[in-house]
Design a protein around this ligand. Structure first.
Ligand code: GLN
Length: 560
């Protein structure tokens, strides 16, 4: 079928041999569908296959950049600069590789391109409708993601739960792809089996209902991943099997785990990769190679000593549960480096606001082996963060600043070491006498146009390291690339003055204009380093980030 009237070429055969695994949620959200998807990716790559993982978010935001991380979790930035859902971070961590912008889509993104096409008269006078036009745009994007990644299998997580109004078009797109190539598509439902306290017994009914709901879309799951607090027993497996028309060996028991990194190993214990490959008619290239992963995952259970890392931020009166989502990449990056060093990290959430209202309370930082100020925006708790950084510097506690944490480290240094009283970032004080951190002219132009979506420096940028610094020694190379997400920069007008006072800009953009890493020499402080980029976005279980590893090492040394 040729591409006419803006319709996609549905039957195009470019990737018709490509396989798709669609992961759809049943019963309720927040049961670990993202981790299940990432784990499916992991077990398939362990069989020597190339896999790309795709996240579909049904919301109307065009990307995840405008959403509050406390409500929606961290904004994960790809190399391309696309701001995505935190699940993409899990995907990259489990796969151990970068994903591309085609591997992420939102309803907003899809509607935006359909509407733009409509405005450009590309539908030639047709009435533009959700079905077929929007659905076909989803199909087109899924095929493009497969094409661009040149992988063998796309594992596609459809956000939300079956029965949601918002994700129906995505399920319909999956149905269409299945219709076109029935032998290359597998549907996995990640469902939840509650064990109500009053009954004390695992109930299968909600899952039965969810499968029936999915059936009403014309989709039958091939596999059910049965999430629950407990393991699924044989009796319930049979019950689910007969009522949902899913073979008992295709029902995978997925009880709660202490560490999310155990999930791929548990899946393999139930031979999930064999089942998936059999259903797809694909031959594995090798036996499951999970040895390195197993070794890494074991650390979560048997790390010996511990290291206490205080994370100082502004949101920290919202509860640990929310925070672990908002800072997931930071937490995981700490874990990977700590595990590699043979210790378990103990993370302490420290509320910067407290150091403002009760300055004496800052003494609690003495108990930390390392202090970290993560990325952030705005005024709340800012003087508290600066006070914490000062404490770390003066008490020689290893300090690691990520983005805002680097900017504020520079402000603290300017005020208290370089003698630039009142120095600040113009994000907080536009009239400061010493705008140490400021918007550079290129950014200012965009901001003036209120084009907030496009005013940040986003995605991967190259950086050149200065020999003999902590940064260069940690990376063990001179040229790196890291991901950014910020508006403000170290003001070039102050670089010389700050450097004279002892701050080392050990990483700069290749043209020397942008300061990417600031540090204090080892002779002055055991580890005081900040990065304008977000190194946490590049930390992976099997390849911990060199700067996190250097920070953790310094923290272990401080612990003694
Ligand atoms: N608010 C700072 C900026 O926009 C830092 C951003 C961040 O930490 N991601 O430059």
């Amino acid at each position: 079928m040729p591409a006419r009237h803006g319709r996609v070429v549905l039957m195009s055969s470019a990737r018709s041999g490509h396989s798709y695994i669609f992961v759809i949620g049943g019963v309720m959200s927040a049961v670990g569908k993202g981790i299940a998807t990432a784990s499916i990716g992991k077990v398939l790559t362990a069989r020597g296959l190339s896999v790309n993982l795709v996240k579909i978010d049904p919301y109307l935001n065009v990307d995840a950049g405008t959403m509050n991380p406390i409500e929606h979790g961290e904004v994960f930035v790809l190399d391309s600069g696309l701001e995505t859902d935190q699940d993409m971070g899990n995907y990259e961590r489990y796969l151990g590789r970068d994903l591309g912008p085609d591997d992420y889509m939102t309803s907003g993104m899809i509607y935006q391109s359909v509407i733009t096409r409509e405005r450009n008269l590309e539908y030639h006078g047709k009435c533009v409708e959700a079905i077929p036009h929007v659905r076909d745009e989803i199909v087109r994007r899924l095929k493009r993601a497969a094409e661009v990644s040149s992988s063998d299998i796309s594992v596609v997580e459809i956000g939300g739960t079956v029965g949601d109004f918002q994700n129906a078009l995505f399920i319909d797109a999956a149905r269409v792809i299945h219709l076109e190539q029935p032998d290359n598509v597998v549907f996995v439902m990640v469902s939840y089996l509650p064990v109500p306290g009053t009954v004390g017994e695992m109930k299968t009914k909600p899952t039965q209902t969810a499968v029936r709901e999915l059936n009403s879309y014309g989709v039958q799951p091939d596999i059910i991943i049965a999430r629950s607090t407990h393991a699924l027993d044989q009796k319930r497996k049979e019950k689910l099997s007969i009522s949902c028309s899913v073979r008992p060996e295709h029902i995978i028991s997925a009880p709660d785990v202490d560490s999310i990194y155990d999930v791929p190993l548990n899946f393999e214990r139930d031979q999930l990769s064999d089942t998936l490959l059999r259903l797809l008619g694909i031959e594995a290239k090798q036996k499951a190679d999970l040895a390195e992963w197993e070794e890494f995952a074991a650390h979560a259970h048997n790390g010996k000593g511990s290291v206490k890392i205080g994370i100082v931020g502004k949101y920290f009166d919202t509860g640990d549960f929310v925070l672990s989502d908002a800072y997931i990449s930071v937490i995981e990056a700490i874990k990977f480096s700590a595990y590699r060093a043979g210790v378990k990290p103990e993370i302490e959430w420290l509320n910067a606001k407290k150091y403002e209202s009760d300055p004496a309370s800052i003494k609690e930082l003495e108990a930390c082996d390392g202090i970290l100020v993560p990325g952030g925006f705005g005024e709340t708790g800012i003087e508290g963060k600066i006070a914490a950084i000062r404490f770390a510097r003066e008490h020689k506690i290893p300090y690691f600043g990520l983005c805002y944490g680097m900017q504020l480290m520079t402000v603290e240094f300017a005020r208290n070491v370089a003698g630039l009283a009142g120095a600040h970032t113009t994000e907080i004080d536009p009239k400061t006498e010493h705008p140490i951190i400021a918007i550079l002219p290129e950014q200012a132009e965009k901001l003036a146009k209120k084009n907030y979506g496009g005013t940040m420096r986003l995605g991967a940028y190259p950086c050149t390291l200065e020999k003999g610094t902590i940064a260069a020694d940690s990376y063990k190379k001179g040229d790196i690339s890291e991901r950014h997400r910020h508006r403000y920069e170290v003001n070039p007008d102050y670089v010389e003055q700050l450097a004279k006072a002892g701050l080392v800009f050990s990483g700069r953009s290749p043209d020397g204009h942008l300061m990417e890493i600031a540090e204090l020499p080892k002779s002055v402080h055991p580890f005081m380093l900040g990065t304008q980029f977000h190194p946490e976005l590049r930390a992976r279980p099997l390849t911990p980030h060199p700067l996190f590893s250097a920070f953790i090492k310094a923290a272990i040394e401080k612990r003694g």
